[in-house]
Design a protein around this ligand. Structure first.
Ligand code: SDX
Length: 428
């Protein structure tokens, strides 16, 4: 392979393809002329080796366990920043100065309410409805109240749409919680910051004064930061794919919510707690469940373990694990699930099956421990993931539209029937 190009020998000919350079990490072979020149396409199930785009937003190194938001290491961001600032950073590419931060926060607060008709919409859902199904429906319904597809040629329109969705989405997430609990909904309070406002909308009881707990707000803020973006994961790729058809921002995000719901993706945080509770109810025998996870004939998987990209510790899991420990100590909570999670991690990471496959705890392994300590019910965990990932989805959608990425339309290798003539039913 000569400098910055790749040579493909096929059918007695040689074809050259340029290598697209990166700032850091994977470089890509530009195969945009492959099919025209060779008649071949590539096949890569799950896109494990395939880049879908060129992006400047988030970088992660799965081997080193590194994650950068616009170049800033997640460890520094999690320690020093706050979720509103991280939303600005992802959307605009730079950390805001004081004036930019204040304008951004004010821009979000301008939309800090949701149309009354949306309340009637949420009332028709059964209380038993899974919050992710409610959230996806409500987000799509926002399009009905904001029918103008986003004018991406206007920076003002794009920024307003982003600030509007960020403001209203926190209401929809809080309202799905209130619906699930059978509580009356709360409206926003512009005297509070974004995370305080969300926390109050979730937990304020109509019959008592709401007391803001800074320990809870800080834990929520950190969790939302850690979930804010993760380059081309399944749900973000869904938002990009839907948006590539020039579908509106709200409807694109609604599709991303559905992708995130899957237990192999964001739904894993709910599945982890359900797994830990099952192990606890079964006597806490973690070794038994590690063996089950290794057994090919058993479809049980260690939820919260493994990752498509991280082949070492997910840096977010490391931060969340410490935050969980600190929070439970600060709140004086002794959660058996945390003990079981730590035992499970220790047993798995000493077992060759996991070590050889480079399966480590991911972002979902410990996050549920914190959500549970904050009084958030298990079925709401993925809604929390969605609230955190919202700025990432919007930033990636914005980048895709501004860069003019073409409509996504992959090809296939067809292995179905050869051409054949129709047979009338009487002759079959
Ligand atoms: C998220 O992409 C992102 O960035 C996602 C995310 C984000 O921020 O957006 O990080 C959030 O989705 C985290 C992942 C949450 N999902 C889970 O915790 C579910 C459990 N994990 C797995 O299902 C799995 O690890 C995936 C889905 C996460 C990754 O699957 P891959 O990359 O397709 O890997 P694979 O299924 O091909 O597994 C490789 C091998 C297989 O064994 P062999 O066939 O080689 O013998 O590892 C085994 C798998 O059976 N394996 C597991 C396992 N995960 C993989 N075995 C037991 N338990 C597991 N959890």
């Amino acid at each position: 392979m000569s400098q910055n190009k790749v040579i493909l020998n096929y059918d007695g000919q040689s074809f050259e393809y340029p290598v697209v350079e990166s700032t850091i990490g994977d470089r890509g072979i530009d195969i945009s002329k492959l099919r025209d020149q060779t008649g071949l396409i590539t096949l890569d199930l799950g896109y494990k080796n395939t880049g879908a785009t060129v992006s400047e937003i988030t970088y992660l190194d799965g081997d080193q366990g590194e994650l950068y938001y616009r170049g800033y290491p997640i460890e520094q961001i999690a320690e020093k920043s706050n979720f509103t600032e991280v939303m600005y950073l992802l959307l605009h590419g730079e950390l805001p100065n004081k004036e930019q931060f204040d304008n951004f926060e004010t821009g979000i607060k301008k939309y800090n309410f949701v149309a009354d008709e949306m309340k009637r919409l949420i009332d028709v859902f059964p209380r038993s409805a899974h919050p992710m199904g409610v959230l996806s429906s409500l987000t799509s319904a926002l399009t009905a109240f904001n029918p103008k597809a986003v004018n991406v040629n206007s920076k003002e329109d794009l920024d307003h749409a982003a600030e509007m969705l960020i403001a209203k989405f926190s209401h929809l997430c809080a309202w799905t919680y209130r619906k699930r609990m059978g509580f009356p909904i709360n409206h926003g309070d512009n005297s509070l910051n974004y995370v305080e406002n969300f926390y109050r909308m979730c937990f304020r009881r109509p019959n008592e004064e709401f007391v803001m707990n800074p320990v809870v707000v800080e834990a929520l803020d950190k969790l939302l930061i850690l979930h804010a973006d993760h380059e081309q994961n399944c749900s973000t790729s869904t938002v990009r794919m839907v948006g590539s058809a020039h579908t509106g921002l709200f409807a694109s995000v609604s599709a991303g919510i559905s992708a995130l719901w899957g237990p192999l993706h964001g739904g894993a945080n709910q599945a982890v707690i359900e797994m830990l509770e099952m192990i606890e109810q079964d006597g806490g025998d973690v070794a038994k469940y590690v063996e089950k996870a290794k057994n090919k004939d058993d479809n049980f998987r260690l939820m919260g373990f493994g990752h498509r990209v991280y082949k070492s510790f997910d840096p977010r899991a490391t931060i969340i694990k410490k935050a969980a420990d600190d929070l439970l100590n600060a709140m004086g909570i002794n959660d058996k699930a945390l003990d079981i999670a730590m035992q499970l991690e220790r047993v798995a990471l000493e077992d060759d099956y996991f070590v050889s496959r480079k399966l480590y705890p991911n972002v979902d392994f410990y996050s549920g421990i914190i959500y549970r300590a904050l009084g958030i019910p298990t079925e709401m965990f993925t809604v929390m993931f969605a609230l955190g990932r919202l700025p990432g989805w919007i930033s990636q959608w914005k980048e895709m539209r501004l860069k003019g990425d073409p409509i996504g339309r992959p090809r296939q290798v067809y292995q179905g029937a050869q051409k054949r003539d129709y047979i009338d039913i009487v002759n079959r």
